[in-house]
Design a binder for this molecule. Structure first.
Ligand code: G4P
Length: 279
């Protein structure tokens, strides 16, 4: 199995990003807490140089808490502001408002020295597909926020969401494309659903996930699906099919359906908190 990202998407996404980045002071970069390095796009450091930066470990509810904390430390040591969040539940949003102010401290101070007071910080959310950008924007902005658009100096059509008197957020996120050389990383991005399943072999992908779980989270599959342990990924998938009554043509085991169930259970946290990368 070989994972890659289409260059067509990449060119368009990059152009959009370059345009929007000119308008903002702060980049809020969402990464997936289960794959914090693999779900970053290293180009963002170059694209976003001279901008304030905040890294959010999103979907932290799906990753091991101890490792979430280790990753936060890791990013802080590299000089980024970093906070873990659960956008779906809206957890950590107050902490984020504080972290935004903190990340923009230097800019606010620069403004103050030049006599510019109360100019709101402009921020944009960026991240690879499916990392939770839209969910995060909704969660942070809530319903109470007013949209402000078409103001002088703002490119026509851009919508800004006023979070408070200090911060405005671009309402459309910047899409980054996954970028990796290591196929192991590509596999992990496929596990979390950041590379579309249509271009992947789900059965093959799920046997890879089984191998990973057997090695790093022994017992999880056996307990979840009430199956016997097997080192053989395909055999294990067949057991899941049997246990979940996935059959076709009367009696044949439907391993493709079992694969879809397994991937879905993993992605939605039904197998428990699982981290795919460690600092
Ligand atoms: P994107 O804009 O970056 O492409 O991502 P989007 O917000 O569409 O989120 C992708 C999926 O991730 C959504 O699930 C969303 O609910 C889920 N998600 C986002 N943030 C979190 C989080 O912090 N924790 C968890 N557990 N899930 C999160 P979906 O399956 O596409 O839809 P649905 O299940 O919400 O209906």
């Amino acid at each position: 199995m070989h994972f890659q990202w289409y260059p067509g998407h990449m060119t368009k996404a990059r152009r959009m990003m370059q345009e929007n980045i000119k308008l903002i002071d702060l980049i809020i970069e969402l990464v997936d807490a289960r794959v914090p390095l693999g779900s970053r796009n290293p180009d963002i450091d170059e694209l976003g140089k001279n901008k304030a930066r905040l890294i959010l470990l999103n979907k932290s509810d799906l990753a091991e808490e101890r490792l979430n904390d280790e990753w936060i430390e890791y990013f802080k040591e590299k000089g980024y502001s970093a906070v873990k969040v659960n956008s779906k539940k809206g957890g950590g949003m107050n902490q984020i408002r504080a972290a935004i102010q903190e990340a923009c401290k230097e800019k606010t101070e620069r403004d103050r020295k030049r006599g510019i007071l109360n100019r709101p910080v402009r921020a944009m959310v960026v991240g690879i597909p499916n990392v939770g950008k839209s969910t995060f924007i909704n969660s942070l902005a809530g319903k109470a926020c007013t949209k402000t658009g078409n103001k002088p100096g703002v490119t026509k059509g851009k919508q800004w969401i006023r979070l408070n008197k200090n911060v405005e957020l671009l309402d459309t996120p910047g899409i980054l494309w996954p970028k990796f050389e290591d196929q192991e990383v590509g596999k992990k991005l496929a596990f979390i659903g950041s590379i579309k399943d249509e271009i992947l072999q789900t059965e093959e992908l799920s046997t890879e996930l089984i191998k990973f779980l057997n090695a790093k989270y022994p017992g999880v599959l056996e307990e979840k699906y009430s199956i016997e342990h097997s080192e053989d990924g395909y055999e294990c998938l067949a057991s899941i099919a049997k246990s979940r009554h996935c059959v076709v043509r009367g009696s044949e085991l439907d391993t493709e359906k079992a694969a879809a169930i397994l991937l879905d259970d993993f992605r939605s946290g039904k197998l428990g908190r699982i981290s795919l990368e460690r600092p």
